[in-house]
Unconditional design. Structure first.
Length: 337
């Protein structure tokens, strides 16, 4: 497998999906070994580094890429297999941000309440023990939470000549903030422009479902992915395949529309790839689905719908590419590079 190692400089990051020239052209099947900076650009390093002082809006959520995938055309699906996602530092940052989050006033939920104060928490990461340490800012409570590295932002250029902020999730992917985007999964993204223009960033050492305060345990990542193509097969919304589950995502406001999109996509996915009539797929999904929230804080909210493969007929989905990329990933991890 061809391998591209890419570490961007501060001037190389993208801040939108679409409207940005590619940093490299790669063939399908290429392994990308990349560095991604945290959502604050690495500027929040101590409890005194308030976001309002050290980060200039809208320059948040820097993206590594975009990468032009040779041969990708509208109507194809880009498959991104996450081989590994590892924190690049032994610390991470989280914070409250005024007028941002699920339990505060925002520009869209306007009230007379004062904004929440800015408070920064620095989390210590034990990369060997696989834990993230929470230390109270207003008391003496300390607890270790399991590390579960993920990428909050994964996507391609949108359709219709659009350029979307790296803060926004939609049909192109973007800032979905789902903990399902972890090592071992394959993410499917519909190609909207020649080359797809794939980018990723916004690493989280862990995140609770919904990302309630608006900020996860934000950290820089060293990430390895394999990018490949499914020619001639469209993917209407970002999908994720694991060894055990099919996962659909939907991003919209209000939240119930994001929920509906994810559920509908999962029903249509099951019907199309597993040979079930649409109403049979609807009934099966209705009784077997798990429906966690990804985020309820971004400009669009993201909902997730996932179904165990054991409930489905024994068939491959998405041309069987997840299994093939899993095997290639194992070769990459244990074999010569």
């Amino acid at each position: 497998m061809p391998v591209l190692r890419y570490r961007p400089t501060e001037a190389d990051y993208a801040w939108t999906f679409g409207g940005v020239p590619p940093v490299a052209h790669v063939e399908p099947g290429t392994v990308l070994e990349v560095f991604t900076e945290d959502c604050f650009g690495g500027r929040v390093r101590t409890v005194d580094d308030l976001v309002s002082r050290v980060v200039e809006f809208p320059f948040v959520n820097p993206q590594t890429g975009p990468f032009y995938i040779e041969g990708a055309e509208p109507g194809d699906t880009l498959a991104v297999h996450f081989v590994s996602i590892e924190p690049a530092r032994d610390w991470a940052a989280s914070t409250t941000v005024p007028l941002f989050g699920a339990l505060t006033s925002t520009h869209a939920t306007a009230t007379l309440q004062d904004p929440l104060p800015e408070v920064v928490w620095i989390w210590q990461l034990d990369r060997v023990g696989r834990t993230c340490r929470f230390e109270s800012r207003f008391g003496d409570h300390v607890v270790d939470l399991p590390m579960d590295p993920m990428h909050g932002t994964v996507g391609v250029a949108p359709a219709n000549l659009e350029a979307r902020s790296s803060l926004v999730p939609d049909a192109h992917g973007g800032n979905m903030d789902t903990p399902e985007m972890r090592a071992g999964v394959t993410c499917y993204l519909g190609v909207n422009v020649p080359g797809a223009l794939f980018s990723l960033g916004d690493g989280h050492a862990r995140q609770g479902e919904g990302e309630v305060c608006g900020v996860a345990v934000e950290c820089a990542m060293d990430t390895v992915v394999i990018v490949d193509l499914i020619k001639g097969q469209a993917c209407p919304w970002p999908r994720i395949e694991t060894d055990m589950r099919l996962i659909s995502t939907g991003s919209a406001r209000p939240l119930e529309d994001a929920f509906r999109i994810a559920q509908l996509d999962l029903v249509q996915w099951v019907a199309a790839d597993y040979g079930l009539a649409t109403l049979d797929a609807y009934q099966l999904v209705s009784q077997g689905v798990e429906s966690p929230l990804a985020n309820v804080v971004d400009p669009n909210y993201t909902a997730v719908a996932k179904l165990r493969k054991e409930y489905l007929p024994r068939r491959v989905t998405m041309s069987g590419i997840h299994g093939r990329l899993r095997q290639q990933a194992a070769t990459h991890l244990v074999g010569p590079v």
